[in-house]
Design a protein. Structure first.
Lengths: 191, 179
């Protein structure tokens, strides 16, 4: 039976390097997706995700185990993301348009589409959606990314340090903005 | 999660995710059956979420990412270039095992990012050094991570390797006893 995240964190605190490696394996992709979604920049995402794991390693002993490890970790990571933006590097944010070649060797995993016309339309949609997502607030992007990751609203709230109602507002506003942007969307339903 | 009476706005996504309480989920479904506006909003919300899931997320080179993480862990102090972002290190945090390696201190001051050209230059320099090392220039390696404040020009460029395994292999080049 695979040990839980919480067990691995306690072992990390006790100096078990293998347990830490296992935590990194489990969370590196999720961390990356979240950081990339919030920061919109691969270099920033690299910096912040690595820093998050460094802090897990150094501060594993301070994980009290009252919350889930995932909540603790996401909170730590999101704080780093927001701090990163406050330090003013967010202007480097690039909107990644599907099909662009990234200079740092990133691989873009686009779903395969056979029909060129369909592919073009799809790529344009994706580009518009990504550009619109880049204009959301960091909190909205974080809430949306964690929603897409399947995290329950209460856990997203714990990770963002706000109430579940606030998470729902973030997600609703984000989705509404994207709906409007993608064109499918329509005026809000009449009250 | 409380559903508002009437239109589903902030409850659209919780409804789609099945997060509403049973009675609220039922009430929302009943409202949707009657309200074309909310049905359209629901369809569009679902479409946006599906599309977002399909947005390609660029993946880093994970080998390189892990190698850089090792460098930062080995660096011990605050991660390079992040002086204002000191962690609140808890008492009893583990001593990083890898930091005990002799090269840890060498990495300490140089764990920041490098432009691509610097990497290329470093690889070239390192190839030269790999040839030179067996000739016995390696005896001045610091005994512990913290003692590498002084210049160690012959060894420093090694941190520019993206793959720390390569650095680890350099240990083999250290002359043996009496070497």
């Amino acid at each position: 039976v695979e040990p839980s995240d919480e067990v691995l964190c306690r072992r990390t605190a006790a100096g078990d390097a293998a347990a830490f490696e296992r935590l990194v394996e489990r969370y590196q992709r999720r961390a990356w997706r979240l950081a990339w979604s919030v920061l919109g920049d691969a270099e920033d995402a690299r910096d912040v995700t690595q820093e998050a794991f460094v802090r897990v390693y150094r501060a594993a002993a301070s994980f009290a185990g009252r919350a889930r490890f995932s909540t603790w970790f996401y909170r730590l990571l999101l704080n780093l993301c927001l701090e990163h933006r406050r330090r003013g590097r967010w202007w480097r944010r690039r909107v990644v348009v599907a099909g662009d070649v990234e200079p740092d060797g990133l691989e873009h995993h686009a779903p395969p589409l056979d029909d060129p016309t369909e592919r073009l339309a799809h790529e344009q949609d994706m580009a518009r959606l990504t550009a619109a997502a880049a204009r959301l607030s960091p909190q909205q992007r974080a809430a949306l990314a964690l929603t897409l990751d399947g995290l329950p609203t209460v856990e997203i709230a714990a990770a963002l340090g706000c109430s579940p109602a606030t998470v729902r507002v973030h997600v609703h506003r984000a989705v509404s903005a994207l709906r409007a942007e993608v064109g499918a969307a329509a005026p809000e339903a009449p009250r | 999660v409380k559903a508002r009476p009437g239109h589903l706005d902030t409850t659209l996504v919780p409804y789609l995710r099945g997060e509403l309480a049973a009675d609220e989920q039922t009430a929302a479904a009943a409202h949707l059956a009657e309200c074309a506006g909310c049905r359209r909003a629901l369809d569009e919300t679902r479409a946006v979420l599906d599309a977002l899931r399909a947005v390609p997320v660029p993946e880093p080179d994970w080998d390189r990412w892990r190698a850089e993480l090792r460098i930062r862990l080995a660096a011990g102090g605050p991660a390079a270039g992040r002086g204002d972002a000191r962690p609140s290190v808890a008492a009893g945090a583990p001593a990083p095992g890898r930091a005990r390696r002799w090269w840890a201190g060498v990495l300490e001051r140089t764990a920041g990012r490098r432009p691509a050209w610097a990497l290329a230059a470093a690889v070239a320099a390192a190839v030269v050094l790999m040839v030179a090392l067996p000739a016995g220039r390696h005896q001045s390696a610091p005994p512990s991570g913290r003692s590498a404040r002084g210049p160690t020009p012959a060894v420093e460029p090694f941190d520019l390797f993206e793959d720390l395994d390569l650095i680890a292999h350099l240990d083999r080049l250290v002359p043996g006893p009496g070497g």
